[in-house]
Ligand binder design. Sequence first.
Ligand code: NDP
Length: 452
Amino acid sequence: MAVNDHVDLAGFIEGVKRRNPGQPEFAQAVQEVAEDIFDFIQDKEEYHRYQILRRIAEPDRVVSFRVCWEDDNGNIRVQRGWRVQNNNSIGPYKGGIRFHPSVTESVLKFLAFEQTFKNALTGLPMGGGKGGANFNPKGKSDNEVMRFCQSFMNELYRYIGADIDVPAGDIGVGGREIGYMFGQYKRLTNEFTGVLTGKGLEYGGSLIRTEATGYGAVYFLRNMLATQKDGIEGKKVVISGSGNVATHAAEKINQLGGKVLTLSDSEGFIYDPAGISQEKVNWIKELKNKRRGRISEYAKEFTGSEFVSGKTPWGVPCDLALPCATQNELTGDDARTLVGNGCKAVSEGANMPTTLEGVHVFKDAQILFAPGKAANAGGVSVSGLEMSQNSARISWKEEELQRLLEDIMAGIHASCVEYGGRPGSKVTDYVRGANIAGFKKVADAMLAFGVV
Ligand code: NDP
């Protein structure tokens, strides 16, 4: 077979798995996208000839490095850090940094791949990247986290820059960690520049960045429901996670008149039949961000609620679901349970929280299903706006940013509708729409550059 002969979908996926051994999350993410793109490019010769999909699924570079730090007991600890720069065809690499013991090269490659399409969907000039380390900030003192962040940046600073690669937060990386990393970058380079987003408001951060991912996922949900002449008011909502994305999704659901029944963490979920009101969400934010506590403590604080240990919340009957914790947290069985209980719509606040099998269950049931690359793009969108504000050395007002966020989420929804039609289906296939719209923008830029 000649090198540029067309292969079929199965052959392509086989090749991805062979070239990336032991990287199941990466192969899963590529397969999900390739299922739609193969169909779309079938009659588009240029995309084949220039091997566009094959090239997008091969990161521009993966940098891996040792991160040494000293814990409070004087022990020397060794961790591994990475930055995956997937594609910078439409702008500087952009994507978060994750600190979690489950971080591997496969996880970061999947996230950087997804990020490439997500960033394209926002309409802002941002390429796709992701980074992180297998460091667990849980249970560490502030000083330990600071020393780790500084050591991590001692390596990372060589590969990033305001016009090269602009990391942000993700799981385990919030305002505290961004502050430590930004401080170290500034110290190493003697340069005050917008090299990270998610910064504190005192030093170049943007209003509503913290809220943007969770709020955006709910705006996307609202846009999907509107196509069915429906809304969020009065709906029962199940949410997983209790971090940045989950708490702000819960906040926005409350603002729009929905009732949040659950939140979770890696130890289990809380169920509150009375609803997790804004006051209770504020208590959880304090618990998580200041006291670094566990979600199980909620059940001791609020009577009538319960903590269910070791389980995910998908068995709780609901109208709407927002998985906002981590990848592959919602399986095929969970999806069948949700559909069986009458769930009408699912909006992914997390990245790839639904397994491939689960995605197919939602698609077959023809419920409204928004993949993370569309639904959770609000965070990176406001990060993009933070980059613009930093370049122009100005700060936009909150109302302006809220309006821009709602506009961007509406634009992403419209792009998904444009490309997500499926003959015989009564609802938009948002997975297909997001994949094709994101791919097309990056692919066309790549075509313009020729073979590079
Ligand atoms: P946080 O660290 O603030 O919160 C993560 C939450 O998910 C915690 O409640 C955590 O529980 C839970 N969680 C993590 N790992 C697991 C696991 N293996 N099983 C069950 N629960 C788990 O992260 P974010 O809220 O920022 O991120 C959540 C998701 O959203 C991720 O997929 C992230 O990539 C995605 N995302 C985040 C964006 C952002 O702006 N922050 C932007 C776009 C996407 P525990 O404390 O027990 O670990």
